[in-house]
Design a binder for this molecule. Sequence first.
Ligand code: 6R9
Length: 628
Amino acid sequence: MHPEEYEELYRRSVEQPDEFWLDQAKRLDWSAFPTKAGEWSFDPVHIAWFADGELNLCHNAVDRHLETLGDRAALIFEPDDPASPGRTLTYRELHREVVAMANALKAIGVGKGDRVTIYMPMIVEGVLAMLACARLGAIHSVVFGGFSPEALAGRIEGCGSRFVVTADEGLRGGKHIPLKANVDAALAEPDHDTPLDGMLVVRHTGAEIDMTAGRDHWYHEVANDAECPCEPMKAEDPLFILYTSGSTGKPKGVVHTTGGYGVWTATTFHYIFDYQPGEVFWCTADIGWVTGHSYITYGPLFNGATQVIFEGIPSYPDHSRFWQTVEKHKVNILYTAPTAIRALMREGDAFVTAHDRSSIRLLGTVGEPINPEAWRWYFDVVGEKRCPIIDTWWQTETGACMITTLPSAHDMKPGSAGRPFFGVRPQLVDHEGEVLDGATEGNLCITHSWPGQARTVYGDHGRFEQTYFSTYKGKYFTGDGCRRDEDEYYWITGRVDDVINVSGHRMGTAEVESALVLHPKVAEAAVVGYPHDIKGQGIYCYVTLNAGEEGGDALYSELRGHVRSEIGPIASPDHIQFTDGLPKTRSGKIMRRILRKIAEDDYGTLGDTSTLADPSLVDRLIEGRHNN
Ligand code: 6R9
């Protein structure tokens, strides 16, 4: 796209949003085409797009391509073990399998509006389960396969889900993940009291598992490819719930609806990746995160793309796996996360250069700010200095990319996400909410709704308003800090709330703290992020113990194991510091600013510590920082 074309389209998207978005809506097939685009208010909060339109997103991802693209590869499955057979599904085969999955869901009782929890490895059936829900008008809630039974239980209970789709086991880097057993453990949690109506279990590794008669069904026994029509959905009918961490309380079930999310993912995929017919797209995310929803299950399939579905991890069997896979499937567009880039960069160039990467045309990143060193390596070594890097800033709540450079429309600036996508109106404000103009730094808000914006928090609209629209009344507050330069490029500086970004995954420090204090020996815990070479941010925990207890190596590993089992391996503490106290104000508020500085090993700017109830604690904390 020409720079002028971007300017012109952007101008139209903000000056005539209705016209612009009704135009973009034509990217999808509708059974009733909408007459209106956005109808919304941020105070009070009510958001609707294309409200009188009617469509089905499974039809748009699959059925409508049959006539023209039936023989085109839709999904290329690359298994965890490169020696295992993979498989490729054309759009025609994908259609048959989605229908079989939809019939299986129906057979266990799933109907329109039901919530279905999907707890799956990165295999084709995970995508099928999502699309099959969309086909029936059921609401999927995908839970990342790395979450513990405890975390899974909360997410099943939270949305009153009475159906689960899972597999016997998952595979990651040769390790077996007991998914079915985890679901059983989740359902056996003492505070879990809603019984399931039915569970589908995909046979993947063939491991022995327990099946509960009447409730659990092998997928292959109930799958059936008899006809199964797509349910016509109103644009504002919910499509999915996805749990995400915030600065307070339990993870929130963010709700996305059908029409707006559909148009938003279809449009962003089209412009940002500039996908050309026949190209192979590969997004390395897991369907358990929003990136896997928007740029595996929905965006690429709406656009009739061919894509790789990767079960494994970048380091297995060795650190060349990404590049081997690129060579094997002739990947043209690679979309991955800075944490993976940093981890692979550390292993040296030889793993990369041993494989032919001449198919790559475009490189994308998402999940956290990319540090210039990693950017350089991605550009120079992986992309042989010929492939643009598209850095995409967005969030679970935004549905799809919001700030990014568009290929050939914008010059790249390493470390900057770039310019606003069509229809996106960013604004920087200071702590008091004063609007900051020009080249400046502040808190990032979005002032106008866009089609793919989350509509609510499942079952708690008040929490939605409170979390996103109350800090700066009438604006969507992202929780991110950001700098805008003289060319109007946006540079995300990271979260300004108590959310940390660990390997591109959002983690609420409060969640880790709650997990720690559940341990019988722990009195209090405060968790902060600190710089980590590979993960971007690591999890640093300050822990005080109950009287008579002592810290030490054994308790250190016990607490790590405890957090893993409460939340999952992604929440594993990187460092635990036992301390005799936490820095608190006289009113008892923990001063996290000080804990962050100490964790960062930055003592020059501790700021005012005179308001602390016990100022001498700071010296003991600093000393402790270096003793363990
Ligand atoms: C898509 C996704 C959202 C948070 C977001 C921000 C960080 C994501 C980024 C980025 C800088 C980028 N983030 N992409 N920061 N540059 N390109 O990651 O969603 O899991 O909800 O995380 O991730 O801090 O607020 P989610």
